[in-house]
Design a protein around this ligand. Structure first.
Ligand code: NAD
Ligand code: IPM
Ligand code: MN
Length: 354
């Protein structure tokens, strides 16, 4: 019997509501399989913890997490705690400490999911974003000079290292080769004359090792336009940290909404635990009402199964989500239903069991 030890950080707002359903679905999968099980350890870290303890997690939080096989996170952020503190001291510090340099975000329109693009066919929206997740615009490098004075200056540096760019771009090429898909790099070399020129150069250099992979390069402004006007151009997409953040919310919008968008923060070498989370935030506008869509959290739970070498179960969870959407009877309000968060989680588990 394989035992997967998972650290669960439900976090804030709708985080705990949706994570509960992901845990339930993975437990259902494990008991159907019989050959593995999950051992969950919950950590009550987040904004409430911050308001009590003056920090988002204990001092040895990273060390504690390092002993797990994976981390399953809900969402972080609550009114009353500045977002740059809550996110930097929990989510971002985990991504960085565990060198989770690949953020893998599927943008796939499932049957039955609402799509605002009037002419889009199902097969037109089927992409995987490989978002750089360790540096770039999110390096946290900068300074704030003469704070509050008339000559106040802030500097936020983008940090693009050769190692950092090469490894994420190579990961994307490997994925494109394995899945026999095209690879599109999204950058902005016309305006960002150091970082993005460098990115484009490395995209070409690494590409020499992959003559079999068809590549495209787009500027991020045009890429965002094409995602709406002609999404079938995109299969595997590799891009920087900030561009990937923005484009994957756009991707969520064209593939069913924030309630369906999943992501995996991977340390591909498995030297450290990887972290799985829906890409949405804590949604304070709907928190506590029991109406948050848990399908994004459940989809990221399916990525845990893929990552642990159980891709047939990952696919089955995804097709259970799809079946639920097609049946259309048990859905939360964001995707046109009236069901509660836990009814949706229960329905996914029930589909798996039948
Ligand atoms: P958000 O993703 O929380 O919400 C944006 C909109 O999408 C809201 O209208 C919300 O109701 C809706 N939405 C999101 N998830 C949903 C779901 N599962 N079901 C139904 N509707 C859903 O983004 P925001 O409002 O910009 O940020 C809120 C807080 O979350 C902020 O503190 C922000 O910093 C934080 N945040 C955290 C993460 C994370 O932890 N990974 C990600 C994004 C934002
Ligand atoms: C995401 C989120 C985070 C990011 C924030 C909350 C720091 O928006 O995971 O997409 O920008 O990476
Ligand atoms: Mn985001």
């Amino acid at each position: 019997m394989d035992i997967y030890k998972i650290a669960v950080i439900p976090g804030d707002g709708i985080g705990p509501e949706v994570i509960r359903e992901g845990v339930r679905v993975l437990d259902a999968v494990a008991s159907l399989d019989g050959g593995f099980r999950f051992e969950w350890t919950h950590f009550p870290w987040g904004c409430e913890y911050y308001l009590k303890n003056g920090r988002m997690m204990p001092e040895d939080g990273i060390e504690t997490l390092s002993r797990f096989d994976a981390i399953y996170l809900g969402a972080v952020g609550a009114p009353g705690v500045p977002d740059h503190i809550s996110l930097w001291d929990l989510l971002l510090v985990i991504r960085k400490s565990f060198d989770q340099y690949v953020n893998l975000r599927p943008v796939k329109l499932l049957r039955g999911a609402p799509c605002p693009l009037k002419d889009a066919r199902l097969e037109d929206i089927d992409m995987t974003f490989v978002r750089e997740n360790s540096e770039g615009e999110y390096a946290g490098s900068g300074s704030w000079l003469y704070r509050g004075k008339p000559n106040e200056v802030v500097i936020q540096n983008g940090v693009f290292s050769r190692v950092g760019c090469e490894r994420v771009i190579r990961y994307a090429y490997e994925l494109a080769r394995r899945e026999k898909k095209t690879l599109t790099s999204v950058s902005k070399g016309n305006a960002l004359n150091y970082s993005m020129v460098f990115w484009d150069q490395i995209f070409k250099e690494v590409g020499r090792d992959y003559p079999d992979v068809e590549t495209h390069s787009l500027l991020v402004d045009a890429a965002s336009m094409f995602m709406v006007k002609d999404p079938k151009r995109f299969q595997i997409v590799v891009t920087s940290n900030l561009f990937g953040d923005i484009l994957t919310d756009l991707g969520a919008a064209i593939s069913g909404g924030m309630g369906l968008a999943a992501g995996a923060n991977l340390n591909p070498e498995r030297r450290y635990p990887s972290m799985f989370e829906p890409i949405h935030g804590s949604a304070p506008d709907i928190a506590g009402k029991g109406v948050a869509n848990p399908l994004a959290a459940i989809w990221s739970a399916s990525q845990i199964l893929d990552f642990f070498g159980r891709p047939e179960w990952g696919r089955r969870v995804l097709s259970a989500i799809e079946q639920l959407l097609v049946e259309g009877k048990t859905l939360t309000p964001d995707v046109g239903g009236t069901a509660s968060t836990s009814q949706v989680g229960g329905a996914v588990a029930a589909i798996l069991e039948r």
